[in-house]
Design a protein around this ligand. Structure first.
Ligand SMILES: Cc1cc2nc3c(=O)[nH]c(=O)nc-3n(C[C@H](O)[C@H](O)[C@H](O)COP(=O)(O)OP(=O)(O)OC[C@H]3O[C@@H](n4cnc5c(N)ncnc54)[C@H](O)[C@@H]3O)c2cc1C
Length: 266
């Protein structure tokens, strides 16, 4: 509708990710035991690195009362460009078979499967989310943010829906639903955390789509951790020496400096 109303162009692959999610039913006691929880507690696990073979994205596993939500988010541009082309459902199946995941979902019954687009990056909210007789909220207005550590969209959808309702209430009182009255919606959005956060994190996509974030850095961290924990045949060197050697091997270069400068912007 936003497209047809001339408020946005077509969604581009760079500005959308596809999310695959399975809801897996398990008895509450099994979930509590596997995740080390007491009744009423929950757990949220996030994954990135080898699970999205070099692609922009990550995985999540949340506990619910009697189900688990297991999912994968993949940047569409990233897998369209992959050679040979990677199929999303195969990446998801491989994710489920990993040893970190397989034992947690073992014996579970698939209750729900879904695939959904997520607008990516705070750099694509609609410049004007209203027109004559229309206000656009939530995902449809591009109000979603991948901050690397979390995907945010729910609270933006709720808050923008609330602000849109306030605007429509005013418009109803005036009996005028023209763009000039509905412009209040954008003013309210700007004053709220919604557009403030979109602005603060507007560079998140540029920083996160860097393939080194899901490739080189996780691999580097795993390699250095392995060296730290490794006890070989000979004498073991100091922890500080291992760390320094690791840093010299991978981190002390111009590329890392560039990545750090980019990360400072999110
Ligand atoms: C797998 C996954 C994980 C996520 N994780 C998080 C998270 O951890 N935290 C977070 O904050 N956000 C998360 N999000 C994002 C969050 O779910 C969305 O940002 C939020 O649901 C957007 O709300 P919305 O109301 O704008 O859109 P939606 O929730 O998509 O609602 C739109 C509704 O409109 C209906 N609809 C569509 N077209 C029509 C039509 N023509 N006529 C009538 N009805 C129609 C749809 O069926 C749907 O019910 C996640 C999203 C996905 C897919």
């Amino acid at each position: 509708m936003a497209e047809q109303a001339g408020l946005r162009g077509a969604l581009t692959p760079r500005h959308a990710a596809v999310a695959l999610k399975e809801v897996i039913r398990l008895a509450p006691e099994v979930i509590e035991e596997r995740f080390g929880l007491t009744p009423g507690e929950g757990a949220a696990h996030l994954f990135f690195g080898a699970i999205t073979p070099g692609l922009f994205g990550g995985g999540f596993l949340y506990t619910n009362r009697d189900t688990l939500s297991l999912g994968l988010v993949l940047g569409i541009e990233s897998f369209l460009e992959s050679k040979p082309p990677l199929e999303t459902h195969r990446i998801f199946e491989a994710f489920k078979e990993r040893q970190e995941i397989a034992h947690l979902i073992k014996g579970g019954e698939l209750a729900e499967y879904s695939a959904h687009l997520i607008p990516e990056g705070g750099n694509s909210p609609l410049p004007q989310p209203y027109g004559d007789g229309i206000v656009v909220v939530g995902d449809a207005a591009g109000l979603a943010l991948n901050m690397g550590i979390t995907v945010r969209g729910m609270e933006f959808a709720i808050a923008s829906g609330y602000l849109a309702a306030q605007t429509v209430k005013k418009a109803k009182e005036k009996g005028d639903f023209s763009a000039s009255t509905l412009a209040l919606y954008q003013t309210l959005l700007k004053e709220s955390f919604v557009l403030k956060d979109m602005k603060t994190f507007r560079h998140s996509l540029e920083a996160l789509e860097n393939p080194r974030m899901t490739g080189f850095y996780p691999q580097w961290a795993c390699k250095v951790l392995e060296q730290l924990f490794w006890i070989g045949e000979g004498p073991k060197e100091r922890i500080s020496s291992t760390l320094w050697k690791g840093a010299r091997q991978g981190l002390l270069n111009f590329q890392v400096l560039k990545d750090l400068l980019m990360l400072r912007r999110i």
